[in-house]
Design a binder for this molecule. Structure first.
Ligand code: CTP
Length: 402
């Protein structure tokens, strides 16, 4: 999963030697979760084949306004393609293409798409060093910035001519990092720190046994990803789960027991803006943990339990600026019990799951929740995927800061 997931990118390739690197660029963008539509200028076909790019992007590659070779001639609608895109990336952008972008020429499909685009436009210039530092190129790049286009600076190094200097297209990895950084800067939760608990906790009985529960951790992990995709820096404190998250804005801290989760949460709480308690924390733990494996002997075996700290309530008691979100899993008197928890734990919002609703709770990919806020406004949501519920929770956070 990644922050480019679901992003529709039109990748425009113009005719420079760096076009050969676009094969890796397409792969990286797709691996990062984007959908990529490649548009090639006629000259770029000298440097990379459309077969390579269509195979990697799993889409036809377009160059011309018309598909005249087909029995039924069709038109490649540049306006539709431009409006489809969430982002237009022109890489490599040659001196010739940059100059046409500045002047408004539309003598190929890529330029027509550029002129029709309403989405953010990124250009990654690539040319020989003398061309790159020529006043006309420098001026063109400045003019494109006044059009709100974003320039991904060329890099220094050995050029195809054998000369060494500035003008090399940024490496595909660096283009991806640039896009990620740039997209994060415009995100609504940028600068917010969110602490999230997820998964079950395991309470040790002896070195090989524990008391646990069926929480998969999915709800907490989906929420962490949704928050990071909106630009928040997330610390995800997770009990043992099979879930995995890879996102530059998410730091995962693995814990085992409720006590460990409590300590990690308290050490990160002070400077966080939002806390979300999505973990299914064990309410009780064995009073003593045997140091050796307990041997089977008597017919009955009793484990004495003691209460775990309530992480959410302990944070509610000391909260200052933090927006506190808790979950409640109830089987009866759901609304009343959830409202009691809001007061008892000093919450701003509770996400109520009722086990009476089909498709809600542990081990299923869906959830049916009701939001209740501090003023006891009740907002029941329909049954949806846990990813969609995660997005709804993140939208509540955005509303709070709006
Ligand atoms: N929670 C917590 N620490 C605990 C127990 C619960 O942080 N020791 C958090 C959960 O992560 C969840 C919320 O408190 O966000 C409510 O959990 P829930 O199990 O529904 O409620 P409990 O407070 O444990 O009360 P009960 O089990 O009696 O319903």
């Amino acid at each position: 999963m990644s922050d480019l997931s679901g992003k529709k990118i039109v990748l425009g390739i113009s005719g420079g030697i760096a076009a050969y690197k676009t094969a890796s660029l397409v792969r990286l963008l797709i691996k990062a979760g984007a959908e990529v539509q490649v548009i090639m200028t006629p000259a770029s076909h000298q440097f990379v084949t459309s077969f390579t790019l269509s195979t990697l992007s799993k889409k036809p590659v377009y160059t011309d306004f018309f598909n005249s070779s087909q029995a039924t001639s069709t038109w490649n609608n540049h306006v539709e393609m431009a409006l489809w895109a969430d982002l237009l990336l022109i890489a490599p952008a040659t001196a010739n293409t940059l100059s046409k972008m500045v002047s408004g020429a539309a003598d190929n499909l890529l330029l027509a798409i550029y002129l029709s685009a309403k989405c953010p436009v990124y250009v990654a210039p690539a040319m020989d060093l003398d061309m790159y530092v020529h006043p006309s190129t420098l001026r063109n790049l400045k003019v494109l910035e006044t059009y709100q286009n974003i320039v991904i600076p060329a890099e220094k190094g050995e050029l195809a001519s054998g000369l060494v200097g500035e003008g090399r297209m940024a490496e595909p990895e660096n283009i991806l990092a640039f896009l990620r950084q740039s997209l994060a800067e415009t995100k609504p939760l940028k600068g917010k720190k969110i602490l999230i608990t997820a998964g079950p906790t395991y309470e040790a009985i002896d070195p090989v046994r524990f008391i646990g529960n069926h929480s998969s951790g999915k709800m907490g992990f989906d929420t962490a990803l949704a928050a990071a995709q909106q630009g928040a820096a997330v610390i995800l404190v997770s009990g043992p789960t099979q879930q995995h998250i890879e996102h530059p804005l998410v730091t995962t801290i693995s814990v085992f027991s409720a006590q460990e989760m409590y300590e990690v949460c308290h050490s990160h709480f002070e400077d966080c803006d939002v806390f979300i308690g999505a973990a299914a924390v064990a309410d009780y733990r064995p009073k003593t943990v045997a140091t050796q494996k307990i041997k089977k002997s008597a017919d009955d075996f009793v484990i004495e339990l003691e209460k775990n700290p309530d992480i959410l309530a302990s944070l509610g008691a000391i909260k200052k600026q933090q927006f506190l979100i808790g979950f409640a899993l109830e089987t009866e008197n759901e609304i009343e019990n959830a409202q009691l928890k809001i007061r008892k734990k000093n919450l701003d919002l509770i996400v109520l799951n009722s086990l009476n609703d089909a498709g809600a709770g542990f081990g299923v990919p869906t959830n049916k929740v009701t939001f209740i806020d501090r003023e006891f406004h009740i907002e029941p949501l329909e049954l949806k995927s846990k990813e969609a519920v995660a997005m709804d929770i993140v939208n509540k956070i955005k509303e709070h800061y709006a």
